[in-house]
Design a protein around this ligand. Structure first.
Ligand SMILES: [Mg+2]
Length: 293
């Protein structure tokens, strides 16, 4: 065994779980997926209609929840279980949106290769690729997964490759919703909703962690990077959470929950939970390496 392999074998395994939209990418890319299909189906209803319906449902949802949030904030009783309840209550809003997409079949008639090719137009945040490739090529026992509510695994894979992520060397598991494809190789227009709300993302990360634990025979250090409230439970449950960007909503929730950025919250030295707020990916490598033995 070489010294490098010995060193790697002794190191704590590392799990990098990464949200996709607005965490790795500079903008939300669901519309890119929809537009790819729209070019094949110009006669179908415009995607903006689906966006507008979703926004309407979301406004209604928020109007219903706003008084409860205000009350809990006033009393200082915003806690994890209240936040989890709020995030889970979004499920019907998200499911209704996916039902509309399915009913109208607007994602039909596209091949996997075409979705992957569309991923080439996606632009990553500066430093995101450097971060992923660093851990692919370093001597840590690193397992990487992308956990996304996006609609196409092929699209995500295409975007990772096009942005220079070494998907050949690094095994990256992609967990996302995905299209159904017929025997002709074309999408049927049906999308099976698997990852819809925060709880679904958290469960994926837990499952991935269990697999890595079994593979290595010890608990990995779990790093989760995300940008939105949908990522918050996973960010808080990770050993190291990286809240990327400047989305005010997760920052507000952290304030209401009393979570201080960069401060160890629970556990012992061996088992700490820390959430960092990073405006960009620049300091992410050093931040994670500070937690690796
Ligand atoms: Mg996101």
């Amino acid at each position: 065994m070489t010294a490098a392999i010995k060193q790697a074998a002794q190191r704590t395994p590392l799990v990098l779980a990464l949200d996709f939209d607005m965490t790795l990418t500079i903008s939300d890319t669901i519309s890119n997926v929809a537009e790819t299909a729209r070019r094949k189906n110009p006669e179908y209803r415009d995607f903006q209609w689906f966006v507008n319906e979703y926004i309407k449902d979301h406004r209604t949802f928020y109007t219903q929840w706003e008084p409860q949030i205000a009350e809990h904030r006033t009393k200082g009783t915003v806690d994890r279980s209240f936040m989890d309840k709020y995030l889970e209550a979004l499920r019907p809003v998200e499911t209704a949106s996916l039902d509309r997409i399915n009913r109208h079949g607007i994602l039909a008639n596209v091949t996997r290769a075409e979705f992957a090719a569309a991923g080439r137009d996606v632009q990553f945040r500066p430093g995101a690729t450097t971060f992923i490739n660093h851990f692919i090529h370093c001597s840590y026992n690193c397992s990487i997964c992308v956990v996304s509510v996006n609609w196409s695994k092929d699209f995500i894979h295409g975007a990772l490759s096009a942005n220079g992520v070494d998907t050949e060397k690094g095994r990256i598991s992609i967990y996302a919703n995905d299209m159904e494809f017929g025997s002709t190789g074309l999408s049927t227009g049906r999308l099976a909703p698997k990852l819809v709300v925060a709880k679904d993302k958290g469960e994926v990360v837990e499952g991935f962690k269990r697999e890595v634990t079994e593979e290595h025979g010890c608990n990995p250090l779990v790093v989760y990077a995300g940008d939105s409230p949908t990522d918050l439970p996973a960010l808080l449950d990770a050993d190291v959470g990286l809240l990327i960007g400047d989305n005010s909503s997760p920052i507000d929730w952290c304030g209401w929950l009393g979570v201080e950025f960069g401060v160890q919250r629970t556990g012992t030295k061996e088992n700490s939970s820390v959430l960092y707020k990073l405006a960009s990916w620049d300091k992410a490598i050093a931040t994670v390496e500070g937690h690796l033995k």
